[in-house]
Structures are given as C-alpha cells and as structure tokens.
Design a protein around this ligand. Structure first.
Ligand SMILES: Nc1ncnc2c1ncn2[C@@H]1O[C@H](COP(=O)(O)OP(=O)(O)OP(=O)(O)O)[C@@H](O)[C@H]1O
Ligand SMILES: [Mg+2]
Length: 423
C-alpha cells in the first residue's frame, strides 16, 4: 500500500502578527493625535449633565477614527471615573438596542429593570459596535409583556438612580448616530431630556456620526436634545502624528524603518488614520513580517496595495450612499481639467439644476468627498478620488458598470464644452 502524504495548507511557520490594525473600530497599538480632543470631550462630559456639556457628538467622515475615540472615552469613563457605561449603536432598532444595553447595565449593577420578571440577560456578545447584551424572553403567567424600547424611560431612570446613589454617572455611548431614523432619535432624545432635565439624574451622552447629520438629525428643530449636542469635528492627523503612528509600533515590535521609507509612507497616508494602519500593515508584511528593517522598496510595494484598500473601504461605500445628483456633481469635479473647479460650473457640468447646486456641494463636503477650496471653488478631499472615479467611469464604459457610467460620460462632454466656452 503506497503512503501518500496529504498537502499542507497552513504556512509552515507562524508569521508574527503586524502591529497595525487596518480594521474599522479596532483600537490601534499607537493611538496618535487625539489626546487633546478626547480630553476636551471628557471635560465636557464631566460638567453639569443638565448643562451645556453633558451631550457630545463627534463628527468625521469614514475611517477618521470616531469609533476608536468613543472606545477610548468609554474606557476612560470607567477607569478614571467609575461611571456606568452603556454602549449602543444606530443599527437595528436603536431604541430597542439602547433599552437592551440599559437593562444589561442594570443587571450588572444589581438593579432591577421594569420587566425583570419577564426577561433574563443570558450572555454578552462582542460585536463590531461594542458589547451588547443578549437577552431572552422567559414568559411567565400574570406578568405584563412588553417589547424592547417600551420601558426605556423607566429603566434608564432606575439605572441613573443606581449611579446617583454611588455619586457616579451613566455614560451613554452611541456609535453611528447618522443611521438612527429621525423618529427614533426624537424618542431617545426625549427620554434623555426627561431623565436629565426633569429628574435631574446624572446621565451624559456621547455619540459618533458622519457629518451628514448636520443636515438631518442636528437640523431637527423639534428635538431640543439634538440641539443641545455639542459638536466636535475631527479631521486628518498631522504629519508628526502620522510619523509617530507608523514608527512607534514598528520600533516597539523590534523592527525598524529607514528614514526615506518613513517619509514616503507619511506622504502616502496623507493624514488619514485608516490609511496609516493599512500602510503600516503592508510595509510590515513586505519586510518579511517585520523580520528585517523596512526599506523604501517595501514602502513602495505597500503603497500600491494600500490605495486599493482605501478605494474599496472608504470611497466605494461613501459613493454608494450618495444621491444621483451628488454623484453627478462629484464626477464633474473629478473629470474637471482644473484641480479645483468653481462649484457652480461643476454642478452645471454634472447636469445639476442651478437651484440644487448648493445642496449637492454641501452634501459632498459633509460626506468627506470634496472640500471647499476658496472663492466658490471645490476640490477632491483626497487626490486619489480623482484617479479612482476616472477608472470607475472608464470601467463602466467598458460595459461592466451600471448607468452611472453613461451619466458620467455626459458629464465629461459637458465639461469639455464648459472649458471651451470659458476660453
Ligand atoms: N488616532 C489614530 N491613530 C492611529 N490609528 C487610528 C487612529 N484613529 C483611528 N485609527 C485607525 O483607523 C481605522 C478607522 O478607525 P475607526 O473605525 O474608528 O473610524 P471611523 O471614523 O469610526 O470609521 P467609520 O465611519 O467607517 O465607522 C482603524 O483601523 C483604526 O485603528
Ligand atoms: Mg466607526
């Protein structure tokens, strides 16, 4: 009988893990450039809950580090103040999710929720948004059956009373606030207002969202709570912080990087935290998983792949969420022969009605795809967006794209005409 050895699929040697985390919501080994802003948020949360500081919203485009900032704030609230932290998100039914998280916190602190006789916390699961309670319904005779969200106000009051007795606070941390529908945001806001303003209980609130909520939830005149939110806009990291964010984890893990490779990497990252992690990981992998010093060649190899990651994980999801008019105007900016075309011309070239150009301009700025460039001009927020969009457009013209390609070709034609007219 011949003995046939079966092939092995796993690597012969276990590769050392990279000291970078190009993954949304993952706290990086070197968290750089945000200490002052986080301290600012914490100082406000530490103020009078019923005053101007008790409610905060961190706004930034995708991948800038909102979730990581929330995680750091939650940790600091627990370790430095001993607050009860309730982590919730804008997914699913946000009112029900918040209620579940409040009940879980009540159970952990020994408090009783209104419907304790009906529900039991059976476990805890870690999801991308944080830790969430897994609850089961244990129906019993003669008890009132309620659905999640219904007793939120009562249960939040109970939790806040537990905190008040300990001279502590409840911190509600809500990620992805932009996904919360207006009606649900009003419901949550009304509940918090009641507990804080009427009952004078110590509940503070911090949220993270895309800046687009300026035109949605924050513009809601009917929600006093939303209007009370203090907004912190977070942007790109400066060069010094990016340098440290790359060099520090490499050095701490026994590897090194040449000066020219570091300079090159910093210029590729362009201040974007997600890109920092992607570049770091790819350079590490290129240098035989940190087994030898990182060279300029490793950095150049890493850059090529890193850009694809930015396109797939940042540009594409943002593009998908844009309206048709937004897309047309953005395409016109990308196809313009000028680096920073006048917004009105780009809008017209994209076939956007004159009256709507301002709206699309604003929405594109809030989405993080363009930024104002002075004197009515706009430019792409990241230089790579231009090449990516142009490639996407030519891809759709080759027949593998959708209707967008056709629209954009029209935009290109408009633009050519426009440029000719202006000459
Ligand atoms: N200050 C920082 N220093 C270094 N890396 C960071 C920093 N902030 C965020 N990152 C990294 O950037 C990536 C994106 O972070 P995060 O998920 O918090 O962004 P986000 O703004 O919440 O994105 P989204 O809008 O898609 O939810 C992660 O890989 C994270 O480790
Ligand atoms: Mg996030």
């Amino acid at each position: 009988m011949s003995s046939q050895s079966s092939p092995s699929y796993f690597p012969a040697e276990k590769v050392p893990p990279a000291p970078f985390v190009p993954s949304f919501g993952a706290t990086p080994p070197s968290f750089v450039g945000r200490d002052a802003q986080i301290a600012d948020v914490c100082e406000r949360l530490d103020g009078d809950p019923a005053g101007s500081g008790g409610v905060q919203a961190i706004l930034a485009p995708r991948g800038i580090g909102k979730t990581v900032m929330l995680n750091v704030i939650e940790k600091a609230a627990r370790s430095e103040r001993g607050w009860i932290v309730v982590v919730s998100g804008g997914f699913g039914n946000p009112v029900a999710e918040l209620h579940k998280a409040v009940c879980k916190a009540l159970a952990e602190t020994g408090g009783q929720s209104v419907s304790d006789s009906q529900r039991q916390v059976t476990g805890v699961s870690a999801g991308i948004m944080g830790v969430h309670a897994v609850l089961s319904l244990a129906p019993q005779a003669s008890v009132r059956r309620t659905s999640w969200g219904e007793d939120l106000l009562d249960d939040l009051e109970r939790l806040a009373e537990v905190a008040a007795k300990k001279h502590s606070r409840v911190l509600i941390s809500m990620d992805e606030l932009h996904s919360v529908p207006l009606s649900k945001a009003r419901q949550i806001g009304a509940c918090l207002q009641h507990v804080v303003k009427r009952r004078r209980l110590p509940v503070v609130f911090v949220a993270a969202a895309l800046p687009t909520i300026r035109d949605t939830l924050l513009a809601d005149r009917r929600s006093t709570f939303m209007q009370r939110l203090t907004v912190l806009e977070v942007g790109n990291l400066n060069r010094t912080d990016v340098r440290r964010g790359i060099a520090e984890p490499i050095a701490n893990h026994g590897c090194s990087i040449s000066e020219d490779a570091l300079d090159f990497a910093v210029s590729v990252v362009r201040g974007h935290p997600y890109m920092l992690q992607v570049m770091g990981e790819r350079m590490w992998q290129a240098a035989d998983h940190g087994r030898r010093p990182i060279t300029i060649t490793d950095a150049q190899t890493a850059a090529a792949g890193a850009e694809t990651s930015l396109e797939d994980h940042l540009f594409l999801p943002t593009w998908t969420e844009l309206s048709e008019g937004d897309k047309r105007m953005l395409a016109a900016v990308a196809l313009s022969v000028e680096d920073a075309p006048v917004a009105a011309f780009a809008g017209a070239a994209g076939g956007v009605p004159t009256g709507s150009i301002g709206t699309h301009r604003r929405r594109l700025i809030l989405s993080g795809m363009i930024r104002p460039a002075g004197r009515g001009r706009v430019t792409l927020a990241h230089p790579q967006i231009r090449a990516w969009l142009r490639r996407m457009i030519s891809g759709s013209n080759d027949g593998d794209g959708g209707g967008d390609g056709i629209v954009v070709v029209m935009v290109a034609l408009f633009l050519v005409c426009l440029v000719q007219q202006r000459r």
